[in-house]
Design a protein around this ligand. Structure first.
Ligand code: IPM
Ligand code: MG
Length: 360
């Protein structure tokens, strides 16, 4: 029997509740599809700061490296907001991305039929449906470029961060985008600011070169300011969006908001090999932590991405995705996506109902 080792990093806020829910679903599909899951847990984010003094202890990173995949909850919260930049929970996230070489961040933004009403966009803007895959470069650009701050006394008077990319970094993320587009609607829109930035001109040229290897995929380009506008004007025009770290950070939030259901959106961060990190894109939601009302579906769908991209258990992945869709079609809603006076169900109810659907 195949056996996979999964690192669980629940993190902060609602992290532990949603991870608990998702691991129950994972164990169930393992039984159904006859593979074994070994899970081990480690601290990250605020929880790691409190227990081990840093947001990503080496022990956590090493454990992750020894696993087939990492499933993360969320990090951060008001308790740690006043700590200096590199000691904040978010620094743990940047460190684990770099430490595991996870350069490709996949963020699907899908409007579920059953949740069309949740989108803030007019029906006319949604007419073509929304099924976008944002592919964000994750270990380069301004997030990891040279930076400096100059202080006079204890006052910062000058600071800079640098947007830097090498050809190799662009080539490898472009391949990820084209390979994913082949399995979808075969369109890649590469987003940059090539009318102003040298790094974007390199990006655009390099992506165009890679595109020559993928004759079946149509490449288009767009400036990021226009893309921000097009996303709310006509999101149905996009299939795969390929972009750098900072533009991807911003546009993926915009794309998630047009679905109106951020509690539904999973993500994957991938590197050269099979090891990936999977997490819901919503944050740690400290205000609702511990209340059993958080929506675990984004984390459950992250498990599906994990099964697909790291474990090659595609049937199990589809089964989970179908069950989540079925739950919505049956009319069940958590507090974040409820409407028309539907009484919301709780985190543990979602787990129970999805387990029931999987048993059918
Ligand atoms: C994200 C987040 C992170 C990022 C923060 C928390 C460091 O916004 O995953 O999009 O900017 O990458
Ligand atoms: Mg972000």
């Amino acid at each position: 029997m195949k056996k996979y080792k999964i690192a669980l990093l629940p993190g902060d806020g609602i992290g532990p509740e949603i991870i608990e829910s998702a691991t129950q679903i994972l164990q169930r599909v393992a039984q159904i599809y006859k593979f074994q899951i070994e899970m081990c847990q480690a601290p990250i984010g605020g929880h790691a700061i409190d227990t081990l003094g840093e947001p990503l202890p080496n022990s956590t990173l090493e454990l992750c490296k020894s696993c087939n995949a990492v499933l993360m909850g969320a990090v951060g919260g008001p308790k740690w907001d006043l700590l200096p930049g590199n000691h904040r929970p978010e620094a743990g996230l940047l460190k684990i991305r770099a430490g595991l070489g996870l350069f490709a961040n996949l963020r699907p933004a899908v409007v579920y039929n059953a949740l069309k009403n949740a989108s803030p966009l007019k029906d006319s803007a949604l007419a073509n449906g929304v099924d976008i895959m944002v592919i964000r470069e994750l270990t380069g650009g301004i997030y990891f470029g040279q930076r400096k701050s100059v202080h006079i006394g204890n006052k910062c008077v000058y600071a800079y961060d640098t947007e830097e990319y090498t050809v190799d970094e662009i080539v490898r993320i472009a391949h990820v985008a084209f390979n994913i587009a082949i399995k979808r609607r075969k369109r890649v829109c590469s987003i940059d600011k090539a009318n102003v930035l040298e790094s974007s001109r390199l990006w655009r040229q390099t992506v165009a070169d890679v595109a020559k290897e993928y004759r079946d995929v149509e490449l288009s380009t767009m400036y990021v300011d226009n893309a921000a506008m097009q996303l709310v004007r006509n999101p149905g025009q996009f299939d795969v969006i390929l972009t750098n770290n900072i533009f991807g950070d911003i546009l993926s939030d915009e794309a998630s908001q047009i679905t109106g259901s951020i509690g539904m959106l999973p993500s994957a961060s991938l590197g050269k090999g099979k090891l990936g990190l999977y997490e819901p894109i919503h944050g740690s939601a400290p205000d609702i932590a511990g209340k059993n009302i958080a929506n675990p579906m984004a984390t459950i769908l992250s498990v599906a991405m994990m099964l697909r991209f790291s474990l090659d258990e595609c049937e199990a992945a589809e089964r989970i995705e179908e069950s989540v869709t079925a739950l919505l079609e049956l009319g069940y809603r958590t507090a974040d996506i409820t409407s028309d006076g539907i009484e919301p169900i709780r985190t543990t109810d979602v787990t129970k109902k999805i387990l029931e659907l999987l048993n059918k």
